[in-house]
Every structure is written in structure tokens, then in C-alpha cells.
Design a protein around this ligand. Structure first.
Ligand SMILES: *Cc1c(COP(=O)(O)O)cnc(C)c1O
Length: 386
């Protein structure tokens, strides 16, 4: 059997796979088993921040591998401490809990918000408001937080205490924010939901309401974080610091790492024994993230913004395009033609793109060279105009 047949035989069928076996990568290029090269505008879903096998990243990871691959969280390790310090200094947040994925980072955010409310108000004030069309993960609790009815099948009963309101609907939010409510949780740009950017005025409204009713604002930056939008974190575009923030995907540039950041109010809410993770903050993953963060400097971030503006300028107004949305190197494109066919045509011509809901989604490596990006965008344009 070839790899694809073995996979279909032995791997649980949760993924609708693309008929492509990737064997190698270099920068923004991926190679398939038959030697075909592709420009990768997906980065493993916003994970490979600096593309595949970045030399500096490999060096940082292998240096740590040579020292120590793992120890339990009973002990202190340097990469984890340095990473937490770096994250807090660059965001203004106060403390960090490390896990291994976006869903886990959100689970921790949810636990932190509920504990904060419990400590101040006692039992019963546990409801968390999230937005329709949001995505917060695949665990039973983060699915309950996710505002997509299509995902709320088969796995009942879900964790109680989540309500979903339409993004931008101020009245619905106000009505839901009653005394049983402890937090509002949102993505500033809904990634899986189709790269939909929240209005700054709506986000301000959420913050003001939260302030009035002592609700925590939790921002899910699993996808928007770590330079993806042209700032280190997307909330920096909106000019505020969340009470709790989660991130993962691109944080360690290709190794599994989640982080939940707590601001002043919530910094001490999770005390000894209230939460934990065996692998969380693993020194190899933490060393990888230290490398990534130290290379997300102003020069690189402004290039992310420029490259994103280039993509949107090129695609906006094309005959086959209905709408282009996004920020930095996170772009959604609503097409007038068949989405899956467009993705397949791009692949035939050597460009890998993603989808999100009814849209094309482009998440290139943040260091994609301009000529490679130009080449990829030219191919996408060609396909859209076919
Ligand atoms: C991908 C994603 C998650 C889930 O992350 P996993 O690492 O797959 O658990 C949660 N929230 C957002 C916004 C995401 O994009």
C-alpha cells in the first residue's frame, strides 16, 4: 500500500484530506512525494511562522534537544521561564500558563475566568458569552464555547454555561450579560469562521460593557497571534490589553505549544493544584518559541503588514472576487466561483491555499520572500479569472 492507502486504512477518518503526500519543506516551499514543488500559503494553518526548516529555528530547537528534551513541571527550566518573561514584557500581561494546543489554551482561559469570578462572587456566576461563527477548539468545553451549530451534534451533553451572540449585535450582548455572566470571549478576527474582522467600535462596546459589569474580556489569539496580523498580537491593533489571552498555532513555529496569558486582575487566579499539564511548556517547544518571538521584531512585522496589503490590493476588485477581508498575512477571499475547484486549480498550478467556511484563506509564512509571494498571487489571480 502507498502512504495514502495506509493512512485511509489506519487513521481515523476525521480529516477530508487533499490527495497530496508532503515529504519535505524549505522556507515557503513544500515538496510532495513525486517531487512536485508547491508554494505554501497555509503554513500548516498558521503554525510554521517562518516556513519549513528555517535554519535558525532548527538550530535553537536542536541546541535544546541536545541539553534536555523534557522534564516535569515539578522543576524549573530556563526556556519556559525566558519565554514567559518575553511574552509578558511584550504584551503587558502578568503571568502565563503553558499547554500544548489552542483548545487547551482556551480551556485554561475558561477555567481562569470562572475561578476569578468564583473568588470574588462565589458560585453561580459562570456564564461566558462568545460570538456566533467563532471557533475555540475541539474539546467538549471549547466546542461548547464555539458559536457554530454545525459542530454541536453527536457529542451531547456539552459543558454548560456558554451563550453565543451575533458579532456586532450590541443589544444581544447586553441582554446576555446578566448577573450569571463572568466573561466575554472572542476572536478579534474570526479565522475558521472565514477571516472576519471585528469592528473596532464593537470591540470598544464589549470592553465598556465588560468594565461596567465586571466581566473579563478573553481574547482568543490562537490564530491571530504571534505576528500573523502585522502586530505581535491582534489586540494591539485595537489598542487594549485583554484580561486573559490565549495563543498557540504559530507561537513555537511548528512545535505544539499553547499559552494562556493573564493580566493584572487575573494574574494569581490559578493557584497550586488548580490546573496543570504534563507536556505544557516543554523546554524544546519553549526554546522554539523563544526563537520565534525574538525574531518577530518591528522590521519583520511591518513587512507582514506590507505583504498582506499587497495580497489584498491584488485580489480586491477582480471580476471573480466578491470580498477580500483580513489583516497582515491573514486574508479571506469570497469568490463568485466554486471554492473547492479554485483550491484544486491553484494546487495544479503549484500553490497551496486553505479555505475557511465559504472563503479562500491565505496564511503564508511570515517571512515569505516578496518574489515568491508575487508568483503565488499571480497564479491565484490567473485561476480566479479563468
Ligand atoms: C485553531 C484554533 C483553535 C484550536 O487550536 P488547536 O491547536 O487545534 O486546539 C482555537 N481557537 C482558534 C481561534 C483557532 O484558530
Amino acid at each position: 500500500m502507498n502512504i495514502q492507502e495506509i493512512d485511509r486504512q489506519y487513521i481515523a477518518g476525521t480529516y477530508r484530506r487533499v490527495p497530496l503526500t508532503i515529504t519535505q519543506g524549505h522556507g515557503s516551499w513544500l515538496t510532495s512525494e513525486n517531487g512536485q514543488a508547491y508554494i505554501d500559503l497555509g503554513s500548516g494553518i498558521a503554525v510554521n511562522t517562518f516556513g519549513a526548516s528555517d535554519p535558525g529555528w532548527i538550530e535553537a530547537v536542536t541546541a535544546q534537544l541536545g541539553k534536555l528534551q523534557h522534564t516535569s513541571n515539578y522543576y524549573y527550566t530556563e526556556p519556559m521561564a525566558r519565554l514567559a518573561e518575553m511574552l509578558c514584557e511584550r504584551t503587558g500581561m502578568s503571568s502565563v500558563f503553558f499547554s500544548n494546543s489552542g483548545a487547551e489554551a482556551n480551556e485554561c482561559a475558561i477555567k481562569g475566568a470562572r475561578k476569578y469570578s468564583f473568588d470574588r462572587y462565589g458560585k453561580g456566576r459562570s456564564k461566558i458569552i462568545t460570538l456566533q461563527n467563532s471557533f475555540h477548539g475541539r474539546t467538549v468545553t471549547t466546542l461548547a464555547a464555539t458559536g457554530q451549530d454545525s459542530l454541536h451534534q453527536f457529542f451531547d451533553p456539552f459543558t454548560e454555561g456558554f451563550v453565543h451572540v451575533p458579532a456586532g449585535d450590541r443589544e444581544a450582548l447586553e441582554a446576555s450579560a446578566d448577573e450569571s455572566c463572568c466573561a466575554v470571549m472572542l476572536e478579534l478576527i474570526q479565522g475558521e469562521g472565514g477571516v472576519r474582522v471585528l469592528e473596532p467600535s464593537y470591540v470598544n462596546f464589549v470592553r465598556e460593557l465588560a468594565e461596567k459589569r465586571d466581566l473579563l474580556v478573553i481574547v482568543d489569539e490562537v490564530q491571530t497571534g504571534n505576528g500573523r496580523t502585522g502586530k505581535l498580537y491582534a489586540h494591539m491593533h485595537y489598542g487594549f490589553v485583554p484580561d486573559i489571552m490565549s495563543t498557540a498555532k504559530g507561537l513555537a513555529g511548528g512545535l505544539p505549544l499553547g499559552a494562556t496569558l493573564f493580566h493584572e486582575k487575573t494574574r494569581d487566579v490559578l493557584t497550586a493544584g488548580t490546573h496543570g499539564s504534563t507536556f505544557g511548556g516543554n523546554p524544546v517547544c519553549a526554546a522554539a518559541a523563544v526563537y520565534i518571538l525574538s525574531h518577530l521584531d518591528e522590521a519583520l512585522l511591518s513587512q507582514v503588514a506590507e505583504k498582506g496589503a499587497f495580497i489584498r490590493r491584488e485580489l480586491e476588485g477582480l471580476r471573480g472576487v466578491e470580498e477580500v477581508t483580513g489583516m497582515g498575512l491573514m486574508t479571506g477571499v469570497k469568490l463568485k466561483k466554486d471554492l473547492n475547484e479554485t483550491v484544486a486549480r491553484c494546487r495544479d498550478k503549484g500553490v497551496l491555499v486553505l479555505t475557511a467556511h465559504d472563503r479562500l484563506r491565505l496564511l503564508p509564512p511570515l517571512n515569505i520572500p516578496f518574489p515568491v509571494l508575487e508568483q503565488a498571487v499571480a497564479i491565484i489571480k490567473e485561476v480566479i479569472e479563468e
